[in-house]
Each structure stands twice: as structure tokens, then as C-alpha cells.
Design a protein around this ligand. Structure first.
Ligand SMILES: Cc1cc2nc3c(=O)[nH]c(=O)nc-3n(C[C@H](O)[C@H](O)[C@H](O)COP(=O)(O)OP(=O)(O)OC[C@H]3O[C@@H](n4cnc5c(N)ncnc54)[C@H](O)[C@@H]3O)c2cc1C
Length: 509
């Protein structure tokens, strides 16, 4: 069978939708299928991190997400004898246009991404399931079953499994999903609560575990998340059970009411052994699942998609070598591992059954928390991690520093900060961006010709005078996902020419 399309995207959750937006921006032919007949209506993930907002800004969807969401700035930590207020993001995050955690239900996030795709003529083929996948030479032979039961075979150059924790693509590609399940059960409900101060996240902590209320807005004012105490009945989740648990966790005086969704679930911590097998890639929950501590799951999936999308697009267009696709797993698998490690630790602190952890929650944390919230430096470190702004690809083969590294400023593999303010907006258009700092006379067109000739439609040039994030004369090639690919000090362009020849060869045929 001949190749019928460049890319098959399996799964239209947040990961698949973000990937589709990127492929569409590069004019790649693809299909986006999802076996479910409707998009998710319940709120699952509900925090959008600053880095995700930055990364989605290029598609023009971030403003709509921000308009619909709630940039909650405070955490109220309810301790046995007092309540401590922890400002969430007002700690001098000056290098991002989005210095806050945006609260928005996953249903709304998917709706905004879906509307964006619809205006660009992309629709999700709902009720269409991937049921089988075989490698056929370098391509993938995929069997799809439509909602009427009819089956269709398609040959795709690449398949991306954005199909969630029980990924068919992962199973069919023979990739292991290694890890473990936690013994505890989580209780989750979207409901209204009398007695909670609005505009803040509320956390109650006891030896038994943690109870958290997040401001949600829609489809209910609050999201409640709690660990089911080990001696609580494992019955169906009901409002009286939730009220009883809230009382036990010290949230006395609150009245829970009008639930629109109540459920319980077991958490897992698992990661795909590989992110690629031949023409098949994994992204999002198909590649990593973990506890919701720190609101990382959906964000990590969207950022997987934004790392992979432009690479597949440029390879399909013949503008980049196949080798570029190898950098996807090299760059994103360590991020997935780190998220699993970090969320595992956070989960242990909040819910671990070990007596030492129970003691810490009951006695130690209530004593040290009021002091800890005043320590700005550790808070800033934690928030840079949680916000995902600190993610870098410094060890990737696609990150190169020229012979003379800049003395300060972002390094090869780092995300480009929004310094000076508005810089990220300048480089938001699809494609690569060449930033040149220092006097403009250093960068006449004819000097740039060895880098730009044959690539003018792929690289946009920005002469920044001395307003760039590097203090010296510098040259930096910023990748389509906003990470610095190449950076060097000085005006010698030989290293840059070599970088472009490797990753953007003029003729890859
Ligand atoms: C109850 C619950 C609460 C959560 N709370 C949080 C939270 O507070 N914070 C947070 O960050 N994360 C949370 N998460 C995790 C978050 O929802 C996921 O990380 C996120 O949805 C992952 O997106 P995804 O697109 O990778 O996968 P999914 O959203 O799972 O989407 C996968 C899609 O693939 C489709 N699909 C599957 N198999 C096939 C097939 N064979 N053919 C075609 N289509 C297929 C499915 O129908 C689905 O639409 C929660 C998850 C759950 C279940």
C-alpha cells in the first residue's frame, strides 16, 4: 500500500490537540482520530503552568485560555492552630509574560484548543479507533475502526500515540510501561463549598494525609482532592463520605454541597521504556503517568507535543534530517523521568503512610511551614521547577555552543526568556529565529548569506542591537519550540553555518 498520509495522531486529548495545532501551522497532512464520541466534559487537570502558556502563545490560544481561567495567586495552608498564606507566583518571575499558575479545567482547555483547530479547518475524527498497528518497511500500517464498525487501513509515515495511559500505540509498538501503582486511593469531586474563601487554593494537612480545594469555576466552583484514609470504607463516593473526610482532615465548618462529579481512582507512577519505535512515537500520558502533585501531567504532555511537532513537520517537508527525530526521546524522556521523581516525592510528603512522614505532617510541617513560606529563595527554586520554566535540553545533540560561549544569558538548550520583555512574542511565529545582538553593521545581509541561502523560508532574522538577553555581541538560533539551539559570542558565523548545515541541510533528498 502506498503512504496515504504524513502523520496519524491517535488521541485528541490535550496532547493530541496541541500536536495537531503545530502540524497544521506547518501545513503537514495528518489525521487526528479519537475513539470517544465526545471530548472530556469533566475537569481532570486544572492547572496550566507558565511554560505551557508561553509555548501555546505562538498559536494565539494563550490569550483565550487566560481570559477563561483564574490566575490564583495564593495558597492557604490550614494548620491545626493557624492558617498561613503562601503567595504562589509573586516571587520575581520577571522573565515570563505569564508569572502565574492558571486555573482552568481540562475540559475548557481542550475546548479552546479544539476551537483553534476548527478555525483552521482541522476536525477530530471522533468514534474512530486505532485497533492495530504494524510496521511496514519504514512506515506504519494502521487499522482504524469507524463508529459504524467499518475498518480502514492507512499507511502513515509517522504515528504519534497521544492515546493516554492505556495507549494502543504503545502496546502495539511493544514498548513497556514500567513503574508501580500507589496503595492509596484518591477521592475527587467537583462541587460547591460553603465557608471557603474564594480566589485561593486551600490545603489541610494531618498525619493521615492531605485535603486540597482548588478554585475551579466551571463546571463547579471547587475541585476537592483527598487521599482516602486507610480506615475509611472503600464504598462508593458519596457526598456524606466526602463531608466526613473533610471534617476528619480538619476542615470543620465547611459545608460541601451540589457535587457535579465524584469519583475515586488509584494512582500509578509509570514511564515508557522508549519514546519511539520505528515510525511510532509516544507523547503525553501514553509516555508517562504519575500523581497529580504539582499539576504537571497535562502540561508535560502538551510540551512533549510541542517538542515533537515541529521536528516531524520539518522532516516531512524535507527541511530537516531524520536524525532530528531522535532528539525527541533524548530531550523529553529525562523530563518525564524527572516529573515522575518529583511528583513521587511530593506525593510521599502529602500522603506517604510511613510513620516518619505521618509525624512530619502532624507535628513538623505545622511548625516549620510559617517560617518556610517567608524564605523567598527556596520558594523561587520550587516555583521555577513547578512552572516548568527550568526545563532545558542542554545535553541534546541539537544544542550547540559555538567556540566562544556567551559570558551570561541563556545557554544552548535553554528556553529563551522573555528578556527584554516582548522577546518571546517576536519569535512566536512558526520556524527558526536567528537573534543577532550588538551593532547592526556587524550583520549585513551578505555576511548572513552562507547561513540563510536556501533557508530563507525557515529562518527569520532579528537584529536586536544591544537589547538581547546576552550582554555581548552574540548570535543565537532559536528553535521553533522556543529553546536556544545554537549560541555563540562574537561575529564569526562559521559555527552557526555548521549547525545549520547539520540540522537544516539545504538538500535532504
Ligand atoms: C481523574 C483524573 C484526575 C486528574 N487530575 C489531574 C490534575 O489535577 N492535574 C494534572 O496535571 N493532571 C491530572 N490528570 C491527568 C491529566 O488529565 C492527563 O495528564 C492528561 O489528560 C493527558 O493528556 P493526553 O492527551 O496525553 O491523554 P488523554 O487526555 O488521556 O487523551 C487520550 C485520548 O486518546 C483516546 N484514545 C485512546 N485509545 C485510543 C485508540 N486506540 N484509538 C483512538 N483514540 C484513542 C482517548 O479517547 C482520549 O481522548 C488527571 C487524570 C484523571 C483521570
Amino acid at each position: 500500500m502506498p503512504v496515504s498520509l504524513d502523520v496519524l495522531l491517535v488521541g485528541a486529548g490535550p496532547t493530541g490537540l496541541a500536536l495537531a495545532a503545530q502540524l497544521r501551522a506547518y501545513g503537514i497532512t495528518f489525521r487526528l482520530v479519537d475513539r470517544s464520541l465526545d471530548r472530556v466534559r469533566e475537569s481532570r487537570a486544572l492547572g496550566i503552568q507558565p511554560r505551557t502558556l508561553e509555548a501555546l502563545a505562538g498559536f494565539g490560544v494563550t490569550e483565550r485560555l487566560v481570559a477563561r481561567g483564574n490566575p490564583a495567586m495564593r495558597l492557604r495552608l490550614h494548620l491545626p492552630r493557624r492558617t498561613v498564606s503562601v503567595p504562589l507566583f509573586d516571587i520575581g518571575l520577571t522573565d515570563t509574560p505569564y508569572p502565574f499558575l492558571l486555573f482552568l479545567s481540562q475540559a475548557e482547555t481542550e475546548s479552546v484548543l479544539g476551537e483553534h483547530l476548527a478555525t483552521r479547518g482541522v476536525s477530530v475524527e471522533r468514534g474512530t479507533e486505532l485497533v492495530r498497528l504494524d510496521q511496514q518497511g519504514p512506515h506504519a500500517l494502521c487499522r482504524l475502526r469507524g463508529r459504524d464498525g467499518a475498518e480502514e487501513d492507512v499507511v502513515a509515515r509517522y504515528v504519534v500515540g497521544c492515546d493516554g495511559a492505556h495507549s494502543t500505540v504503545r502496546a502495539q509498538a511493544g514498548i513497556d510501561f514500567e513503574g508501580y501503582a500507589y496503595p492509596q486511593t484518591y477521592l475527587l469531586a467537583d462541587l460547591d463549598v460553603d465557608g471557603l474563601e474564594p480566589g485561593a487554593v486551600h490545603t489541610y494537612m494531618t498525619g493521615a494525609g492531605m485535603l486540597i480545594f482548588f478554585p475551579l469555576g466551571s463546571p463547579a466552583p471547587w475541585r476537592m482532592l483527598a487521599i482516602r484514609p486507610s480506615d475509611a470504607p472503600a464504598d462508593e463516593v458519596t457526598l456524606p463520605l466526602l463531608q466526613q473526610i473533610a471534617d476528619r482532615y480538619g476542615a470543620r465548618g465547611l459545608v460541601l454541597r451540589d457535587p457535579v462529579w465524584m469519583t475515586d481512582f488509584r494512582l500509578h507512577n509509570r514511564g515508557a521504556a522508549r519514546y519511539r519505535s520505528g515510525p511510532c512515537f509516544l507523547a503525553g500520558d501514553a509516555a508517562h503517568i504519575h500523581s497529580p502533585a504539582g499539576a504537571q501531567g497535562m502540561n508535560t504532555g502538551i510540551q512533549d507535543a510541542l517538542n515533537l511537532g515541529w521536528k516531524i513537520a520539518l522532516v516531512c517537508r524535507g527541511a530537516a534530517p531524520e536524525e532530528l527525530l531522535e532528539t525527541y526521546g533524548i530531550e523529553r524522556a529525562p523530563v518525564g523521568r524527572e516529573v515522575r521523581r518529583f511528583t513521587d516525592r511530593a506525593f510521599a510528603i502529602g500522603a506517604g503512610p510511613h510513620p516518619v512522614l505521618r509525624f512530619a505532617r502532624a507535628r513538623l510541617i505545622p511548625r516549620i511551614a510559617p517560617l518556610a513560606v517567608r524564605a523567598t529563595a527556596p520558594r523561587r527554586r520550587v516555583f521555577r521547577t513547578v512552572s516548568e520554566l527550568a526545563i532545558h535540553y542542554r545535553h541534546s545533540p541539537a544544542s550547540t555552543t559555538g567556540g566562544r560561549p556567551p559570558r551570561h544569558g541563556p545557554r544552548a538548550g535553554d528556553r529563551l526568556p522573555d528578556l527584554p520583555q516582548g522577546l518571546q512574542a517576536q519569535v512566536a511565529a512558526p520556524g527558526w529565529h536567528l537573534l543577532l545582538t550588538g551593532p547592526p553593521h556587524l550583520w549585513p545581509d551578505q555576511r548572513l548569506a552562507p547561513v540563510l541561502d536556501g533557508r530563507a523560508d525557515l529562518i527569520t532574522v532579528h537584529r536586536l542591537d544591544d537589547r538581547g538577553p546576552w550582554p555581548d555581541v552574540a548570535q543565537a538560533l532559536v528553535r521553533p519550540d522556543g529553546h536556544v539551539g545554537y549560541v555563540a559570542r562574537g561575529a564569526d558565523l562559521e559555527g552557526l553555518r555548521a549547525y545549520a548545515a547539520r540540522w537544516l541541510p539545504i538538500d535532504t533528498a
